[in-house]
Design a protein around this ligand. Sequence first.
Ligand code: GDG
Length: 475
Amino acid sequence: MSRLIVISNRVNPPADTGVGTAGGLAMALSAALRDGDGVWFGWSGQTVDTFTGQLSMQKIGGVTVALMDLEEQDLQEYYNGFANKTLWPLLHYRTDIAQFERSFEGGYERVNRRFADTVAPLIGADDVIWVQDYHLIPLARELRRRGVTNRIGFFLHVPWPARRVFETLPRHAELVQAMFDYDLLGFQTEDCMEAFADYVTGSAHGSVNGAGEARAWNKRTRLGAFPIGIDAADFARAVKSSTARDAWSRIRESMAGRKMILGVDRLDYSKGLEERFLAYEQFLHDHPDQQEKVFLLQVATHSRDAVEAYQDIRERLESVSGRINGAYATMDWVPLRYVNRSYRRDELAGIYRAAHIGLVTPLRDGMNLVAKEFVAAQDPDDPGVLILSEFAGAAAQMSQALIINPFSREEVADAIRQALAMPRKERCERWRAMMDGIERDDVGAWRDSFVRALSGLSAANDGPLRPTLASLQSA
Ligand code: GDG
């Protein structure tokens, strides 16, 4: 029997969907695998003195997981190193802070070999393998070297950058060449897929045809855009839970009639938090009549604390938020509530619902699930307004949001003003159009469309597909 084997760096499904974790990939994968007969393989998050390759199989929150431990050196060189100090900034256009060290690269290759050694014995003849994200780009090459001939697909959760940006990575061609050992490469947006195609034709002197077939290094693979969604039905349940209702009441009470602008992000420099704070300051400056009538609640959960760039952004945010509150706060009004703790997922649903504006302003983002969760949590009869960065993958699907350039304080400040004044009828119309898309293109649809394209099944009885997928499968 054919199973789906999903492989990602961390395997951390929430034990209870109401609790959740901060991180888009974990939420999406646990939703995609829950109650199916698939297996989710990857790192346990634990380190040991010497790598053993031993697997621990468990069932967590309805998902079968296979976990292995890594060594401390792996954590430093592969995870904190190549993944989070080299690739993450590079893929988010931050060549200024990307670090290139050979030890990182060596650790990355070693851990990818360890993943391959450990998972290969689990793979049955008919299994379909789906590798997730930038941590594991060379994994298909390692599996092929070990004789694995199964279908293997790869999905990139983060952006694929412009060609000349990617070329700043030393030995970039080796990494892309390894991607040609996958049968299917999935991107969040058409834009990212086209940027990859541009690399193939411009840097690798290969070709990409109209059906998404890419050829280079005497190999071929398929390209497709598969925008990820949220578990809309599960989120609707979370919004109705008593925990969500309690959180809603608590925050509404604390609002004292003021309007709430809300940001929810992992504390990451790609999320544009400093620019967001400065844009909000601009809004307060430009609209003195609005002071004391609004406040910004920013929930920013600590993330990747071991990486210096994350310590830097934390310090900058503490300083900017302190300055704004120092300049504008009054006896009974704090303009910026900056919170570094994380909330249960169902509490978060209640907080989203209480907000008048969702402020989602990443400088670069593969998709951004917060934008979708914010919309999914709204009251259909009186929804809040989403302000969304044009550089989030979500903007390609959510054109009814107020789309802004997050680098322009004035543009973001104007959008806040527009959102606060937006009539209910217009809010409802924009919300309905976005909500239809969220319900239709949910995480199940994302999984099914990717797996179907990878398995090469006929789309004839499976309803409409996006044009890219349709052309992929008829090719
Ligand atoms: C990567 C890509 C892509 C946040 N704070 C809390 C909390 N969260 C949850 C949110 C959301 C998730 O974390 C964040 O997802 P995003 O998609 O916004 O961002 P990344 O973590 O950077 O995810 C991204 C995603 O992968 C999926 O492909 O969209 O572009 O960068 O679900 O709700 N959850 C809880 N408490 C918090 O305080 N429980």
